[in-house]
Design a protein. Structure first.
Length: 255
């Protein structure tokens, strides 16, 4: 009370008011500085390059639109990484996403695309991409496709295609034989157009491979016999027009 009397009540209020004003100014400056310091100024996007395609399936501009963040306006602490990831995953080509906040002002986004293993043509005559899981995920842009085999069938052939490619990959013929197209016939038979390298001339020749049964009915032993025949033809530089694989475990070739 003695202290208050000495300096006066008005003067005391003036001191308190000045302190509050100064505190507000200092707090505002600090808040403003922090807000400016942690404002996103850059969005860095890294994407995979798929050898199966000529151009990336999703451009950097498209990815930034899906991210939906404005550099210079949105703050680092305002960005919900989970929601941003969910927006990116809505695109049919995007398989995995990694997002990092790189303080103080950069958002880093790493996008991995689905890797198509083949093209599928169903009864609607439209071409679609199929992934390693046998899932159809997008229509084909013929201008961007590099080299993928085409699978043709009247019904849903996703699983059948996946099974065929699994068996084919197990043969390990990629260095010698290339698939061009596979047609699953309504009769249950399978017709394949392929090409293989002739060792002596180093050129490729095309041949038709005919399975008299469906893919799921072909035995492991028959697949092994087919591999032996294709390797033999390649090594001996023998060009044949047709190869028949029958359900009697016989393989017939026609030059």
């Amino acid at each position: 009370m003695i202290f208050i009397k000495k300096i006066g009540i008005k003067k005391l209020f003036s001191i308190i008011f000045s302190f509050l004003v100064l505190s507000s100014v200092v707090f505002g400056v600090i808040s403003s500085t922090k807000a400016s310091l942690f404002t996103i100024m850059s969005v860095e996007v890294k994407v995979d390059i798929l050898p199966e395609l000529i151009d990336p399936p999703v451009s950097e501009e498209e990815i930034k639109k899906l991210i939906d963040i404005t550099p210079g306006a949105d703050g680092m602490f305002q960005v919900d990484l989970l929601q941003t990831k969910r927006r990116l995953m809505t695109h049919p080509w995007i398989d995995r996403v990694k997002i990092e906040k790189r303080f103080p002002q950069t958002l880093y986004v790493n996008v991995k695309f689905k890797s198509p293993i083949a093209l599928i043509q169903n009864k609607d005559n439209q071409l679609y991409y199929i992934d390693k899981k046998g899932k159809v995920f997008d229509t084909v842009d013929l201008q961007s496709v590099a080299s993928l085999p085409v699978f043709i069938g009247e019904n849903d052939i996703g699983n059948t295609t996946q099974n065929f490619l699994k068996k084919w990959d197990e043969l390990k013929l990629n260095q010698r034989v290339e698939l061009a197209s596979v047609r699953f016939l309504s009769s249950g038979e399978t017709r394949v157009i392929l090409s293989y390298f002739l060792n002596k001339s180093k050129r490729k020749v095309q041949s038709i491979l005919h399975f008299s049964q469906g893919v799921d009915e072909i035995k492991t032993e028959q697949w092994r016999q087919l591999k032996d025949v294709l390797v033999y033809l390649s090594r001996r530089s023998l060009a044949v027009k047709k190869i028949w694989l029958s359900d009697y475990k016989k393989i017939v070739v026609k030059t």
